[in-house]
Every structure is written in C-alpha cells, then in structure tokens.
Design a protein around this ligand. Structure first.
Ligand code: 5HY
Length: 242
C-alpha cells in the first residue's frame, strides 16, 4: 500500500518527526511518502496560516498523483484542505483530527483535546461540530505551547502537556486524551504511560484507518462534490485541463 503523508506546515524537522511516527505504526508492506508544501507557514497557529497551508496540501496531492497513492493523510490538526484534496484524488483522504476523534469515540464515552495555542481551539471546535462529535468531545484545552516548540519537546513542555491533560480529564470527566497537534505524535506513548488513559495521536490513527480503507478497496465518491475540479484556467496557479 502506498500512503502519502502531507505535513501542511513547512517545518522540515516536524515533517521528519511526523514521518517517523507514521512509520512506527505502519504495516510492513505500507510505503509512506512524507512531504510538505514548497511554500507557506513554518507552523500553523491560526486561520490565515491554515488557508495558505490548505493550498500547499493541494499542491502536494496533485504532485503525488503520478506516484499513485492508495491513501492520503493531512497531518495537521486543523485538517486544512481536506475537501479540496478529496476532489484531487480517488484515494481516501483522512485528516488527523477526524481520525483521532473517531478513534477516541470508540475508546471512551468522552474525550478531551489538548492542543497548542489557545487561539486555535476554535478551529478544533469547528471540526468537532463539522464531524458530529459534540456528544463525545467534552473539552478543548490550549496550552499556549508554540507548535515549533514541539520540534524538540523539552521536559518542561512535556510536563505542561501532562498537567493540562490531567486537569482536562478531571474537569471534563473524560476518559481519553486526543493530541491536538501532529508535532505531539512523538510523545504519545509516554503520555499514555503517565496518564493511564488512552492517548490518541491522529497521525498513527490515520495511518491504520487508511490501511484499513485501502485493504477494503474503498475509494472516495466521485459522483458529487468530490468529483474532479471543473476544467478552467487559473492565474499564476496550475489550472485544470479539459
Ligand atoms: C498542527 N499546527 O498539527 C497544527 C496544530 C495546531 O503546524 N501542525 C501545525 O496548533 O492547530
């Protein structure tokens, strides 16, 4: 199985760590190509960052079509460009937030999200509503840890995440923690050992869900809004031929 893993920010270090987190859980016959856009924000911490990153996701999904991935993963917790990417390929496209929410909802009656900057909590809230997890998600908690601080997750940063998770589990009375940033994938297991409840990393969850969908031979619906973009000219951007 060929899996395209797109880190929508342009941090080379984070792209590498996200790729390693995916490789750790992938099946032996799964080939993963981990990429990031050729332009855009080093980290995604707001609406503007996200809209530029979404364009970067489409750039990489189009570029990979010659390789012919059987699955595509958008490895940023805002799932930027998810619908657009689903127009560009018939391979299933999964966002790590969507994958993490599904996994958590099967492991506990309620889960809490621990994320980076407080200002991005609303983005996760919008996704909870969009995907219909209002009855499962009991709280979204920003730590104000900058995304790039996760490139080298220091002891202090890690303890801040543990403290935030413990407070969330207590206040929300939830039974699982969803990690609200792809950069947190590297500390998922140690967090789970410390907290004693399921801790879900969306990168790993999306890899296993993608393998499952590919094994079932399932493809994205092309009969409606996920059909290929209509042929038209774009100015200073690759358009779509007839
Ligand atoms: C992420 N930003 O997963 C999100 C996390 C966030 O650059 N990779 C980023 O704060 O929304």
């Amino acid at each position: 199985m060929k899996l395209l893993l797109v880190n929508p920010n342009t941090s080379v270090e984070m792209t590498t760590s996200i790729g390693q987190a995916a490789e750790r859980v992938a099946a032996p016959d799964t080939m993963i190509q981990t990429v990031c856009p050729s332009f855009g924000p080093r980290s995604i911490e707001g609406h503007y960052d996200e809209v530029v990153a979404a364009a970067g996701v489409t750039e990489q999904v189009r570029k990979a079509q010659t390789w012919g991935p059987d699955g595509v993963i958008i490895a940023c917790f805002g799932d930027p460009g998810l619908d657009a990417a689903r127009e560009l390929t018939d391979a299933p496209v999964l966002g790590i937030a969507e994958a993490a929410f599904h996994a958590a909802s099967m492991l506990a009656t309620g889960f809490s999200v621990i994320t980076t900057m407080k200002r991005t909590c609303i983005i996760a809230q919008h996704l909870v509503h969009r995907y219909g997890f209002e009855r499962h998600c009991r709280g979204i908690h920003g730590t104000d840890i900058p995304v790039l601080a996760l490139e080298q997750c220091s002891g202090e940063t890690f303890e801040t995440m543990i403290a935030s998770a413990k407070e969330a589990l207590y206040k929300d009375r939830s039974g699982a923690i969803v990690l609200g940033c792809a950069g947190m994938a590297t500390v998922c297991e140690v967090m789970q050992d410390r907290l004693g409840v399921p801790v879900i990393d969306g990168v790993a969850a999306a890899v296993k869900f993608s393998e499952g969908l590919a094994a079932l031979g399932l493809k994205t619906d092309k009969s409606g809004d996920y059909a290929e973009p209509l042929p038209k000219e774009y100015v200073n951007w690759p358009g779509f031929e007839k």
